[in-house]
Design a protein around this ligand. Structure first.
Ligand SMILES: C[S@@+](CC[C@H](N)C(=O)[O-])C[C@H]1O[C@@H](n2cnc3c(N)ncnc32)[C@H](O)[C@@H]1O
Length: 509
């Protein structure tokens, strides 16, 4: 049984399933380190080692020992202590086989394909067939792909020449299968394979090869096989010579079109073009923790929302009065709509997804929400949004009455790209009691995968004196790396508190 123990328990243990995975197709197997007490003497803690044959050459992992304690953690704990959070907790989940979503470069030749990550500081691809971070189904699907490339003489991409067919592959594992007992679902994960093909579209001359490769994967491991490993096969067409992995054109080729996962109390649908969290189980743990900080019936703005997983999970579990999801990638809209189709009691809610840049007119998202959730990319909050969060309480009256307020601007908007973006929004439910559209948020929940940028943003928010940090949690989302996921809960300082504070300051000077 996979074990997922969190730090609320004083005895944290470190173990993975010893149950073997499937037995054909170069079967995926999880390493089976012994059960150890992480609080025990360092020598026995050493069993939380990566033991990956690719560690020296692959850039994916940077820490081999003590996977349960990324080296950056000491700095993180000190930082939070320094800003008044003395009970920072760090939660561990799976230490191996945690990565359910991987983007891998395909290089080399059809005789000897290389499928993996770039070597640090280069564009040389390192083959990582036995990656210990990957969900074992990803490694099995990579091996099958390798066979297909060789047998069908598929040419991997050559970056210097711009030639070849297959550039990258994205593998995403769904562990949601209601026909299996819950305890067997994770290890039987199925893989949605997205092949990034070096052509404009399906009318290009090398399309036949793509078709043959997709059929190879499906014939050997699709739904009619005893070993059903492949959930679906997609194509993405990309001919650009820049470093952007995906092009704009997607096509579903084989298998189930819809990819479902179950996290945070809801079923979610994720198209390959939408952002998805890499560590499904740790994300689920984060969502469960997050729910504790959102009052029942709150109105929530979920900024940097992707397919709206966070907002929708809160809508379902906290019976939110309203939820606005704001996302710049229009591809995520479809996944949001699919998820909402399975959503309970949709008509009693007011849920919307907006194709917009969260830093454009930020007050229009902040005002009227009780809780703001931000989950930006690694680089942190966009400057204009950070600025709005820092000034939101400077003069509440001015913000409400100014003829130049963002609400007024929103009404008078003429810019066609903004109007188009607004048209692309999705509104679900008929509930109209949204509360006061001019009220200010009381809680800001910052979810971050970029420690350095979070630190800077956190300092800026605290130095603005508009927010204080109430609570912070860390999650071991990326064991073996120096990245962790942070969940930080800020509370807005009330005006009285602000005045008192500034009064005190004056006295001192
Ligand atoms: C770390 S992901 C989080 C996605 C989502 N919260 C989830 O957990 O699935 C960050 C998301 O922010 C989006 N994004 C980046 N810049 C943005 C911006 N300025 N405004 C809105 N969304 C943005 C990205 O496209 C991506 O989907």
């Amino acid at each position: 049984m996979p074990l997922c123990v969190f730090s609320s328990s004083p005895l944290t243990t470190c173990r993975l399933s010893s149950t073997p995975f499937r037995t054909s197709l170069s079967p995926p197997k999880l390493p089976a380190p012994p059960l150890v007490n992480l609080n025990a003497a360092p020598s026995s803690r050493q069993s939380c080692v990566l033991e990956c044959p690719h560690f020296q050459s692959c850039s994916g992992c940077t820490q081999e020992l003590n996977l349960h304690r990324p080296l950056v953690l000491e700095e993180v704990e000190n930082f939070f202590e320094g800003v008044g959070v003395s009970d920072f907790a760090f939660d561990n989940c799976r230490l191996w086989g945690w990565r359910c979503r991987a983007k891998l470069a395909v290089r080399g030749s059809s005789v000897q394909p290389l499928i993996g990550l770039y070597k640090e500081g280069t564009h040389d691809v390192v083959d990582i067939p036995e990656c210990k971070a990957h969900h074992p189904s990803i490694n099995a699907a990579v091996e099958l792909l390798r066979q297909g490339i060789t047998e069908l003489h598929i040419d991997p991409y050559d970056e210097d020449e711009g030639t070849g067919d297959l550039r990258y592959v994205q593998m995403a594992v769904t562990t949601y299968n209601t026909s299996l007992p819950a305890s067997d679902r994770y290890k039987n994960g199925k893989v949605q394979v997205a092949l990034v093909w070096n052509s404009r579209n399906e009318r290009s001359p090398n399309y036949e090869k793509l078709d043959a490769l997709a059929n190879f994967l499906w014939r050997n491991a699709g739904s009619r096989n005893t070993v059903h490993l492949i959930h679906s096969v997609w194509a993405n067409f990309q001919t650009s010579t820049n470093n952007i992995i995906f092009g704009n054109r997607w096509r579903h080729l084989l298998g189930e079109r819809d990819f479902w996962e179950h996290v945070g109390g809801i079923d979610i649908s994720l198209a390959p073009s939408s952002f998805g969290q890499a560590n499904t189980q740790a994300f689920n743990a984060l969502l469960r923790k997050l729910q504790k900080y959102v009052p029942n019936g709150a109105s929530v703005a979920d900024l940097y929302a992707g397919a709206g997983v966070i907002g929708l999970s809160l809508a379902a579990t906290r019976k939110c009065r309203s939820v606005k999801c704001v996302e710049v990638n229009k591809e995520s809209k479809l996944s949001f709509e699919k998820t909402v189709e399975r959503f309970p009691n949709v008509v009693e809610r007011n849920i919307s997804w907006h194709h917009a840049d969260a830093s454009d007119e930020p007050f229009s998202w902040l005002m009227g929400s009780d809780v703001i959730v931000v989950d930006p990319p690694r680089k942190g909050l966009d400057a204009r949004l950070l600025d709005a969060l820092q000034t939101i309480t400077t003069d509440e009256k001015d913000q409400k009455s100014s003829p130049n307020s963002s609400h007024q601007k929103l009404k008078d908007e003429k810019r066609p790209w903004i109007l188009r973006a607004r048209e692309a929004s999705v509104q679900v439910g008929t509930k109209t009691n949204l509360g006061d559209p001019q009220s200010l948020p009381q809680t800001l929940i910052y979810i971050s995968c970029g420690w350095e940028s979070f630190k800077q943003d956190c300092k800026s928010l605290l130095s603005s004196k508009r927010w204080h940090l109430e609570k912070a949690h860390g999650f071991n989302f990326f064991p073996g790396t120096q990245s962790i996921e942070v969940l930080a809960v800020f509370k807005r300082r009330q005006r009285a508190q602000l005045k008192k504070k500034s009064g005190k300051k004056k006295k001192r000077s």
